[in-house]
Design a protein around this ligand. Sequence first.
Ligand code: ZN
Length: 299
Amino acid sequence: MNANQIKRVAIVGGTHGNEFIGVYLIKKFARFPNSIERDTFETMTLLANPKAFAARRRYIDRDLNRCFSRQDLANLQLANYEDIQAKAIAQLLGPKENPQVDAIIDLHSTTANMGLTVILPDEHPFNLRLAAYLTTIDPLVKVYCWSQPRQDSSYLRSLCQFGCVIEVGPIAQGTVSATLFQQTERLIHATLDYLDAFNRGQALSIPSEIAIYRGLKTIDYPRDSSGELQAMIHPQLQLKDYQPLNPGEPMLLTFDGETIVYQGRSTVFPVFINEAAYYEKGIAMCLTEKHQVKIIRNS
Ligand SMILES: [Zn+2]
């Protein structure tokens, strides 16, 4: 499938109710709708989980950003708040087979030191070109790809094929940061500009290759039989997202002071290190591999 023309774009914030940057950007865009308008497509905004935002929580009953697999969307037995909300959002933006929007920009923040991360749902040339363009807007932009079959993906972004997640940090849950707010806003405008230029057939200047951090697997904290934590992120790894972790280097530290080293065979680049929301998901960090990827230009 190719993107021939982008007709509708959705900017989504507050998929997690305690990630305030996205929420307050959506509220700002509601006050200044002209700022996100572009001549060649329609832009809509969505505050995805208003009840969780009102409660200052990530979610009420279940993580909304894990409710969008095709199977779960079709399962009417799943009827708690977030499952109902996901079905309503899928009605508005989806369905996955024939979405009503052509690109989704989903705004998130993290307690990990991810800086300005663009998360791609796949390495489709269209998405890669968008990410490549965003690296020219801010040299701090990192591109992370966690590929999943779109039908099985439980992420909101999987409702359509194109677009990206903008994930910024480190920032505490339930807070905003002026710097990250403005940097995120700039990336949103750049994304809209890019899509507008695409529709016009204008070639924007993009690099011929970019670094992509491809998700490999997640690592949990050691736990006892009741699930209680037995270790924490090693001080040498804390805040070191996107930096190389070599075999034999410290990864975790037990409460008794014993270092647990990384035992893989090759160098990896951990991200989401010590993300607060992932303790309950059994994730201490996500390991990635760094690859240089060539950018195929529009023909
Ligand atoms: Zn989030």
